[in-house]
Design a protein around this ligand. Structure first.
Ligand code: NAP
Length: 319
């Protein structure tokens, strides 16, 4: 297959290239600087407007659009605009390129986020019964902003004038756990290594995650299952409360000590690290209804075994 990955120069793009290129697929990454992870060919685009890059989509089999400014920052006015516009504008550009292709790709997998669901503890959110967020009475303004972004991102894809042969799937992905330096697992493990990986604000909030291997296997499964369209949750079937998630990660690393953090400590830490507490305080309880009902079998369904596997790979320096 020819797989085109706009925004594939980051962590998730590296995970995809590492899996699909050695299997003999051609992986093309669209990047503003033209850079690409090992195994992929980089092509320059501006992430906003039509350009020569569009020929890469013409005749491709699959497009996986990941482009978007990192959400790991303070949500001030400028960053908010960049977070929103980089996702909506790039998705419009990809949709237009597909619409104008003479041989449009059969599958468009558009990144979204598990953050689109409501902050809740009572029940998991699958695609059918899950509650979209934004109306929680006590949700901080930053949480509502993230949901506005997720909805606008999905809307931009759904509004694209797609040819009938192109199928659109919205990837509501949980945190993708890979041993890459600078990725989300590396960040959480750093807290554990510094003995700071205790419960955050009590740790009752759920954390949804997916192992990199199941993420790429699920992508392959979605490409093969041509009957699947619309929103699909990419998350392990067993999200768990933050305090249990971090305790398990401490055990996998081999330390018992993990300093807990109160909400004010987290607010101060987030300010110093130029990030937002939403990433740790919002309860993300998301489960993979479409995948499990469709017969997809997770290789790393539970966190204890997945955490041990990731720690082993992190220590070996193999991503
Ligand atoms: N990592 C996760 O666990 C996770 C989970 C759920 C959803 N997501 C979403 O999946 C996508 C990929 O995640 P990631 O962790 O790989 O992110 P990442 O490492 O930050 O990579 C995102 C890519 O988007 C491109 N980008 C940044 N700003 C842009 C802009 N203004 N216009 C166009 N492109 C821009 C960048 O490519 P260039 O600078 O090369 O152009 C960058 O490589 C993101 O949209 C993220 O929100 C990630």
């Amino acid at each position: 297959m020819k797989i085109v990955v706009p925004g594939g120069s980051g962590q998730v793009g590296a995970v995809l290239a590492r899996s699909f290129a050695p299997a003999g697929h051609e992986v093309v990454v669209l990047s503003r600087s033209g850079k690409a992870p090992p195994g992929a060919r980089g092509v320059a685009w501006d992430g906003r407007t039509a350009g020569p890059w569009a020929v890469e989509l013409d005749g491709a089999d699959v497009v996986i659009n990941l482009a978007g400014r990192s959400v790991d920052c303070r949500y001030g006015e400028v960053n908010r605009r960049e977070i929103m516009d980089s996702r909506v504008d790039s998705t419009h550009a990809v949709g237009e390129a597909i619409a104008e292709a003479s041989a449009p790709p059969g599958t468009w997998l558009q990144m979204s986020t598990a953050t689109i669901y409501a902050h809740r503890f009572d029940a998991p959110n699958d695609e059918r019964t899950g509650i979209l967020g934004g109306d929680e009475p006590d949700a901080p303004d930053t949480w509502r902003f993230s949901i506005d972004v997720a909805r606008a991102w999905e809307r931009a894809a759904l509004d694209a004038p797609l040819p009938s042969r192109t199928r659109l799937v919205l990837l509501r992905s949980a945190m993708v756990m890979s041993p890459d330096r600078g990725g989300v697992f590396d960040t959480l493990l750093r807290l554990v290594r510094l003995r700071l990986g205790g419960a955050a604000a009590g740790g009752r909030q759920y954390l949804s995650w997916v192992h990199q291997e199941d993420f790429t296997r699920a992508i392959g499964w979605l490409v093969e299952h041509e009957d699947v369209t619309g929103a699909v949750n990419l998350a392990s079937p067993h999200p768990l409360p933050h305090r249990d998630f971090m305790r398990t990660l401490r055990e996998a690393w081999g330390t018992r000590v993990g300093l807990p953090a109160t909400r004010p400590m987290l607010e101060l830490g987030a300010l110093l690290l130029r990030t937002e507490t939403e990433l740790v305080l919002k309860s993300r309880r998301v489960t993979p209804g479409v995948l499990t009902e469709g017969g997809f079998a997770f290789e790393h369904p539970t966190w204890p075994a997945a955490a041990r596997d990731l720690v082993r790979a992190w220590r070996a320096g193999t991503a």
